[in-house]
Design a protein around this ligand. Structure first.
Ligand SMILES: [Zn+2]
Length: 694
């Protein structure tokens, strides 16, 4: 019967259903991506109440499609589209209302602070310009998204704008506290007749001080009004005026032709009584020059406590520091002043990313810059060791760089000065986002940050790594490469022949838990790689295990215990075995694996301690390049590559650790006048860095 119908050209009913089905499938495939996008937007915007219904609709569509029942799937898709559209519209309306409500809530604050931004009132504070820019950025973004009809995104952006708005009040409170703490200094100075020549200014100050109760209330309650802000700013100005008068008096002594010695004596008295006078002094070029002259007159030694106070006040004022602390010895103070004087004021005084300096002359650690605190820590003793634990007494210059790039001997560098300029360089880089804006640019080293995964992929390209070990599964081999890059290869080799309980019950791990409790407070403060390694080492003394691979597993577990306050020995053992399990069988020929060029490369580019790595090894870096790129681990979790050619103009080996170091080393060499005009990087240092205006 069927055959007969076919012969007659009549299509059987089943076939037409199949065709309908195909049509339905086509429709699903064509429309689903758009509907799913809509669904995604709807889910993001909808209320918690509406979400389960939407998700149910999606599941019903998928079930029908997978069954497959394409006809039902089409109707489910229709339903999902309708409900997602409705939910999205509802969400948009809700977001629009939320945006309006938030703005209404903040209206008074917005009017108040935006008025101050327009008049530039906050620029008397060091954070003024930066906060204004940050606020404006979020505001523009919220407005842009709103104009584009993305109310949902606009609410998010507005919340960030509101956070910035709140920061004005927070910053004002800090400023108020500073002013309040400062007031007794002024009172004291007035009592000592320091301001007897300026009765009007003293009168203004006393009057402003009398108005301080409402200011205090506004600051504490964050309830600023135009009136309280006016009073605060007026108070602030009275104090600045008094100091300005003192600063002018000092300057006048000099222009009147008084000997520098007399000016310095007057300044010493001032530094003791009210060091903030120097801040006013440092605001004009003549004042800066007077500070330079006065510190210069100490001839490199601030012996008396008066000279030290003078020097400290001068450093804080001229370089715009909120804080200067640590071992500020008679030699270090003028030396610090002289070296920081070498760079433009836009890099120091007018750089909000540099606000504190601490000097420690006993620390064994390397000096550093901490961006989050705008802090430079100079761990500089009198006898310097270059690069922290590099333990070399010479500057780590790369021999392969042409001598004509340098003025004189590049190795002939003052340790204290080079290090200080290097750290200031980090703060300048932070201010300009210099290296951040020049990723991959070969003119600037061609630096690129990588995920660990990408490094493993590069490694796999060496000597056909995966193909060399077929039939071992590629994911397992890749996990092995990742393990080698992280220094876990011995643990991986041991994982197949270890069981969790033996590992967990090893006395070394019990000891680790014990030590962790004992040193809990210290670990809270400092849990650096070095500190943890030290603890691991002492815990490991308790084990009886001799096999190197098992020892590696154990110490990895001990390390986890110190890294995590709560981890038990059992969980540490479990975790380590899990990390070490690549999926390669225990019968794997580990020696053959370890000997492959790809694996050797991984071993060569990873760090060898907590602060040594491929960059230390000079030319070896270029030998390990893949094509034009040198890959390496720079910090525990940071991997970079740079352009091989950059080494031919390098200043030091350390420069090739990471982009920030690349910049800081050049910066230091440039300001120590060690780069000749032939050095390829001088032109942009001149044109882009040195020329930076405030
Ligand atoms: Zn550095």
């Amino acid at each position: 019967m069927l055959e007969l119908l076919e012969e007659l050209g009549i299509r059987p009913i089943e076939k037409s259903a199949e065709q309908l089905d195909l049509q339905a499938k086509d429709e699903c495939d064509r429309r689903a991506p758009g509907v799913m996008r809509l669904f995604g937007e709807a889910v993001k915007r909808c209320s918690d109440k509406d979400r389960p219904g939407l998700e149910q609709g999606k599941r019903e569509y998928e079930t029908a499609y997978n069954q497959p029942d394409y006809a039902t799937a089409v109707t489910k898709l229709d339903a999902l589209e309708i409900s997602a559209k409705a939910a999205k519209e509802k969400g948009d309306t809700h977001a629009k209302n939320t945006l309006a409500a938030l703005r209404k809530r903040d209206a008074a604050k917005i009017k108040l602070h935006e008025g101050r931004l327009d008049s530039g009132d906050y620029e008397v504070f060091f954070w003024g310009k930066r906060r204004a820019a940050a606020y404006d950025k979020e505001k523009q973004e919220a407005n842009r998204l709103e104009a584009a009809g993305d109310f949902f995104g606009a609410v998010d952006a507005y919340r960030r704008q509101a956070t910035q708005l709140g920061l004005f009040a927070a910053s004002l409170m800090i400023e108020w506290k500073i002013l309040k703490d400062d007031t007794p200094n002024i009172d004291e100075a007035i009592k000592k007749n320091a301001y007897s020549a300026y009765p009007d200014l003293v009168k203004n100050f006393t009057a402003a001080k009398g108005q301080s109760a409402p200011i205090d209330k506004a600051a504490v309650e964050e309830s600023w009004s135009d009136a309280t802000l006016d009073a605060f700013l007026a108070y602030h100005k009275c104090v600045a005026d008094l100091r300005q008068a003192q600063a002018d008096k000092l300057l006048k002594l000099q222009t009147d032709g008084k000997p520098l010695k007399d000016v310095v004596n007057e300044a010493k008295t001032l530094a003791k009584r009210d060091p903030n006078v120097f801040v006013e002094l440092a605001k004009t070029p003549q004042g800066v020059k007077l500070l330079d002259d006065m510190v210069g007159s100490l001839e490199g030694s601030a012996g008396s406590s008066e000279s030290k106070d003078l020097c400290k006040a001068a450093i804080r004022a001229r370089f715009g520091l909120q804080e200067l602390k640590g071992d500020l010895t008679k030699k270090a103070l003028p030396k610090l002043y002289d070296v920081m004087k070498l760079v433009p004021l836009s890099h120091t005084r007018d750089n909000e990313r540099l606000s504190s300096i601490k000097r420690d002359r006993k620390s064994e650690e390397a000096s550093f810059y901490r961006d989050s605190d705008s802090l430079v820590v100079l761990n500089l003793g009198r006898q310097g060791k270059w690069r922290g634990d590099g333990k070399t007494s010479d500057f780590d210059h790369d021999d392969d760089v042409p001598a004509e790039y340098f003025e004189g001997q590049i190795t002939d560098l003052d340790y204290f000065n080079e290090t200080t300029l290097h750290e200031v360089g980090h703060a300048v880089d932070a201010k300009m986002n210099f290296m951040g804006g020049r990723v991959d640019d070969p003119k600037f080293g061609g630096w690129h940050k990588h995920k660990l995964d990408e490094i493993a992929d590069v490694a796999a390209g060496i000597g056909n790594f995966y193909a060399s070990f077929t039939p071992a599964p590629i994911p397992a081999l890749k996990k092995y490469l990742l393990g080698v890059l992280q220094g876990r290869e011995k643990s991986i080799e041991a994982s197949g022949s270890s069981d969790k309980d033996t590992l967990a019950q090893d006395p070394a791990l019990a000891e680790a838990v014990k030590l962790r409790t004992k040193h809990a407070k210290a670990l809270e403060k400092n849990s650096s790689e070095d500190v943890i390694n030290k603890h691991v080492k002492s815990a490991m003394k308790k084990t009886k295990v001799k096999d190197q691979k098992q020892l590696d597993l154990l110490s990895a577990a001990a390390k986890l215990i110190f890294q995590d306050k709560k981890l038990s020995a059992d969980d540490a053992a479990k975790q380590v075995l899990k990390d070490a399990d690549t999926g390669l069988p225990p019968t794997t020929d580990w020696a053959q694996l370890a000997d492959h060029d790809a694996v050797k490369w991984c071993r060569a580019i990873r760090m060898t301690g907590s602060s040594n790595g491929l960059w230390d090894k000079g030319k070896e870096g270029t030998d390990k390049a893949i094509g034009d790129r040198v890959y390496q681990q720079a910090y525990k979790d940071d991997w970079y590559s740079y352009d091989k050619k950059a080494r031919a103009k390098g200043v030091s080996k350390y420069q090739f650790r990471a982009p920030a170091e690349w910049f800081a080393e050049l910066y230091a060499a440039y300001y120590m006048e060690k780069l000749s005009d032939k050095h390829p990087d001088v032109s942009w240092l001149d044109g882009e860095v040195h020329a930076l205006s405030s």
